[in-house]
Design a protein around this ligand. Structure first.
Ligand code: URA
Length: 278
């Protein structure tokens, strides 16, 4: 940064604007200790052609026939297949966590600091599913520990629930999307086998789905959260097995739209009434 500060003012403004743009686009974490100059030609990866040198018009050596590269003996299955196989192979929550930590089929793993698996009381009858970790969750490796998590804890407390005693919490995505962007459909589909297996292994009696991403992904619905919330629906967690699920507004949405707390309160009352009758 000190070099930047001694640059000519217009260069400095340009560099700061470039940094600001990177931040806006979600590049808010350093991945390497030192910057990597991607404009310098480097050795090509195995199986990829090296960048063409400037030959001044003469036929480049790369244009001459080259022996065919040996074919790899094994081709890794696509990421979605590997996710489904890893999820199905996990026989306990610890095994599932280890399988998710080992899964390298998503670039989200490269930009995240921690895997955010779950928090709360294992074996709880109520399991909450949120969207994806934010910056605080990514730093600490636990879901819902930032400001929206604090609101969630107060909401649960208002009807006698807490993550320490009777709630278990996870997210649709176990890794923070860069810059807290909304998860893409492809990312949701990729991690869904892990979420469904997580529900099977955690064995809750009921689910609460926090926000539109969790509600739409697990209810396999196109409607928005305002239509999906407010009544018990069914989530299919494996062939022939369903669980009752109540969708509600995401705490982060409630922080931005305090007037919507009225609807969230109605959902909490419905949850309390149902749990009391169980
Ligand atoms: N929002 C979520 O959906 N999940 C978290 O863990 C934190 C914020």
């Amino acid at each position: 940064m000190s070099d930047v500060m001694t640059e000519a003012p217009d260069t400095r403004a340009l560099l700061l604007a470039a940094l600001r743009l990177q931040l806006e686009w979600g590049a808010d974490e350093a991945l390497l200790e030192a910057p990597l100059d991607r404009t310098v030609p480097r050795l090509a990866a195995p199986g990829l052609a090296a960048p063409a040198p400037d030959t001044g018009g003469a036929e480049p050596a790369a244009a001459r026939p080259r022996p065919a590269a040996p074919r790899p003996a094994l081709v890794a299955p696509p990421a979605a297949t590997r996710a489904a196989e890893l999820a199905a192979g996990a026989a306990s929550l610890d095994e599932l966590k280890a399988a998710m930590a080992a899964f390298d089929g998503s670039t989200l793993r490269e930009t995240a600091t921690n895997l955010v698996f779950a928090d709360g009381a294992t074996g709880a009858a109520l399991m909450l599913v949120g969207e994806a970790p934010g910056a605080d969750e990514d730093r600490l490796g636990r879901p819902f520990v930032g400001v929206s998590g604090q609101l969630l804890d107060r909401m649960l407390g208002s009807i006698g629930l807490s993550r320490d005693h009777n709630c278990y919490i996870t997210n649709i995505l176990p890794f923070r999307p860069p810059g807290n962007r909304t998860p893409t459909d492809a990312e949701i589909a990729l991690f869904l086998p892990f979420v469904l297996r997580h529900i099977v292994l955690a064995k809750p009696k009921r689910l609460m789905l926090l926000g539109g991403v969790a509600a739409k992904s697990l209810l396999r619905a196109k409607d928005g959260i305002t239509r999906l919330r407010g009544r018990w629906r069914e989530v299919t967690i494996s062939e022939g097995t369903t669980l009752p699920a109540l969708a509600t507004l995401h705490p982060a949405y409630l922080l931005r739209n305090p007037a919507a707390k009225r609807d969230a309160w109605a959902d909490l009352l419905l949850l309390r009434k149902t749990l009391n009758g169980d």
